[in-house]
Design a protein around this ligand. Structure first.
Ligand code: ADE
Length: 229
């Protein structure tokens, strides 16, 4: 998979894309992230990429031309399954959306800034819009990093434990059950006995019950329409 990120703050991705699981995904040739600096597509020698909003009002708007030039150049090199604009009024990111995106070959994540992008970018150039939550960030960069991380970790071979991503919270519309590691007793605090019993069926049953109980306690909204219950 290939993810192209278009941003006016490329340095914000240093330290995310070259660390941990994203780094491993790249080393294993499973996913590559390419960050493009929108200023390289500026409309003039002053490196201009934004301008005042027509009709007035505070805040600058990212211009369509640099964005169009950057996307067009990328499109001459390969075709894209989705061109996604990161925006607080986009579709709310969920595990389902990450699963869906993880099946794609090439995607572009476009990061907005300031007051956002010229509306014609949304009308004519992007295929979908994603939000990572009902709050406003200063730009789409952190949101794009969240999307890239949640998608790339799902690609087969990226995680060392192949089943790990499938047992995450939210994959069944349930939050994850509790986990414990050694020692089995600390300060008198015990690990539930079933987990040290070696009885796999009982352990799975316990984990499922715990996931349901936790979901009821912490995220009852997830239980509505859950086909597994
Ligand atoms: N840009 C600014 N806020 C955002 C959000 N919540 N999600 C995605 N992109 C954003």
């Amino acid at each position: 998979m290939r993810i192209d990120i278009i941003t006016c703050l490329p340095d914000m991705f240093k330290g995310t894309v070259d660390q941990s699981i994203l780094k491993r995904a790249s080393e294993r040739n499973l996913a590559h992230i390419h960050v493009h600096n929108l200023r390289e597509y500026a409309i003039n020698k002053h490196n201009q990429i934004d301008d005042y909003a027509f009709g007035g009002g505070a805040g600058m708007v990212l211009m369509i031309e640099p964005i169009d030039k950057c996307i067009s150049e990328l499109k001459t090199q390969r075709s894209y399954d989705d061109i996604i604009y990161m925006s607080p009024d986009g579709q709310l990111l969920s595990q389902n959306i990450s699963n869906e995106l993880s099946l794609q070959e090439n995607i572009i994540l476009l990061c907005g800034h300031y007051k956002g992008v010229d509306e014609r970018v949304r009308e004519h150039l992007v295929t979908r819009e994603i939000s990572i939550g009902d709050y406003v960030l200063t730009g789409g960069e952190l949101a794009a990093a969240v999307v890239a991380d949640s998608v790339i970790r799902l690609l087969p071979g990226v995680m060392n434990d192949e089943t790990s991503a499938l047992t995450d919270s939210f994959q069944d519309n349930l939050v994850a059950p509790p986990v414990y590691t050694r020692p089995a007793e600390y300060n008198g605090w015990q690990v539930p006995e079933v987990l040290t019993s070696g009885h796999e069926a009982k352990i799975n049953e316990w984990r499922f019950d715990q996931a349901v109980q936790r979901t009821q306690a912490k995220r009852p909204d997830l239980l509505k329409n859950n086909p597994k219950l």
